[in-house]
Ligand binder design. Structure first.
Ligand code: FMN
Length: 368
């Protein structure tokens, strides 16, 4: 059925297609017609349930950041069977992002390239909306925060931007993910270097102790350039800082800036230009980082694995590598909303085949 929608959606610009899908979801939400959809997409199984950071996740499959930037579809996401959703990235000030076109499909690679540039309505508006919807949500709602996209927001003002967002919204969030790895802003990589990261963590954790002492804070990491890379001392330093500053987990990974191993013609890639690559080409590398983080922390900090998860087998690999939860974005575009149910049913089958009683038993079994 999604094949019919997909061929229509794929005829229009990806951002317009996203807008059309979000409008359809919003109509379902407003008409309170979620019940019928939920019957189509429902699949519950106690073996998929886990408790992390004091929250119950009815399934490990969540919505990745970037799809619901303004938290306008919070009541809708459980309808598709998601076990949690991460809204944002949210920034201190509203932003229109980069000029269009800024999202592109690479169909041969089952991938996307985007340089949205952190377009969102700003933390005050989004926090107001979440205050209404998050307490009634049936699933945990994480909030991803980043610094406002702008020439003047660098260094200390970027740290202050993060702090404002944290202070304004953290009390509405099941967890906060610090987006230190957005490739779509001029200085988006600033906080990937440990020295700058430490300054950010100091400020955020101080703010946390004042305004939201119980909220778990996670770091959203960039992907490695390949699944064979031997990690350098900078990543080990990042993990040490995370442990020292009381970070509660990782989201691995964000989109990639390189164009390694793609089937898409180089001339088309050149025509598209810069932007973050998501989808199938990220699968192995994101899993590689998940495994490394799990090993380095000896499984002490839960990891949300994200990047190229299209099927139950992909999700299972992330869990076995050390992820406790898994998120999807690009698979929703290529496979449609039924992909969440398909992954969940497939996961239960995989658990049964391998003789595991629950998701928690699988986490990290391949990390050694
Ligand atoms: C169009 C688009 C917008 C995104 N926006 C954000 C964002 O605002 N913040 C963020 O942390 N990640 C963002 N992401 C990255 C996703 O959350 C995810 O890390 C990445 O797409 C890899 O997962 P996937 O292969 O399942 O798509 C975006 C991804 C896409 C495709």
């Amino acid at each position: 059925m999604y094949d019919i929608f997909r061929s229509a959606l794929f005829r229009i610009d990806p951002e317009q297609a996203h807008y059309a899908s979000a409008c359809a979801a919003r109509s379902v939400q407003l008409a309170r017609a979620g019940g019928a959809l939920e019957k189509m997409f429902a699949f519950e199984d106690i073996r998929l349930e886990q408790t992390l950071w004091g929250n119950t996740f009815s399934s490990p499959i969540g919505l990745a950041a970037g799809f619901d930037k303004n938290a306008s579809l919070v009541p809708f996401w459980p309808t598709l069977g998601f076990g949690f959703a991460e809204v944002g990235s949210v920034t201190a000030y509203s932003s229109r992002g980069n000029p269009r076109p800024r999202a592109f499909r690479l169909i041969e690679d089952e991938a996307l390239i985007n340089r949205m540039g952190l377009n969102n309505k700003g933390v005050r508006n989004i926090a107001r909306r979440l205050r209404r919807t998050a307490p009634r949500s049936r699933i945990p709602i994480g909030v991803n925060i980043a610094s406002t996209h702008g020439r003047k927001i660098t260094g200390n003002s970027a740290v202050e931007d993060f702090r404002i967002s944290f202070k304004t919204i953290a009390d509405q969030a099941a967890y906060i993910a610090l987006n230190i790895s957005c490739p779509n802003t001029r200085d988006g990589k600033t906080f990937e270097d440990p020295e700058s990261l430490e300054i950010l963590l100091k400020v955020i954790m101080e703010q946390r102790s004042k305004s939201a002492p119980n909220v778990p804070v996670l770091l959203k990491m960039p992907p490695p350039v390949s699944d064979r890379i031997v990690f350098d001392s900078s990543l080990r330093e990042t993990v040490r800082l995370a442990l020292d500053y009381g970070i509660a987990g990782f989201v691995a990974t964000n989109t990639a800036t390189d164009r390694e191993g793609l089937a898409t013609h180089p001339a088309r890639l050149r025509a598209i230009g810069r932007g973050g690559l998501s989808g199938r080409p990220l699968e192995a590398r994101a899993t590689h980082l998940v495994r490394y983080l799990y090993r380095l922390t000896e499984g002490a900090l839960p990891i949300i694995g994200v990047g190229g998860v299209f099927s139950a087998k992909d999700a299972y690999r992330k869990l076995r590598a050390g992820a406790s939860l898994v998120q999807i974005y690009t698979a929703l575009i290529y496979r449609g909303p039924g992909v969440v149910r398909d992954i969940k049913t497939g996961l239960v089958q995989l658990l049964e085949n391998d003789g595991f009683d629950s998701i928690a038993d699988v986490v990290g079994v391949d990390a050694a």
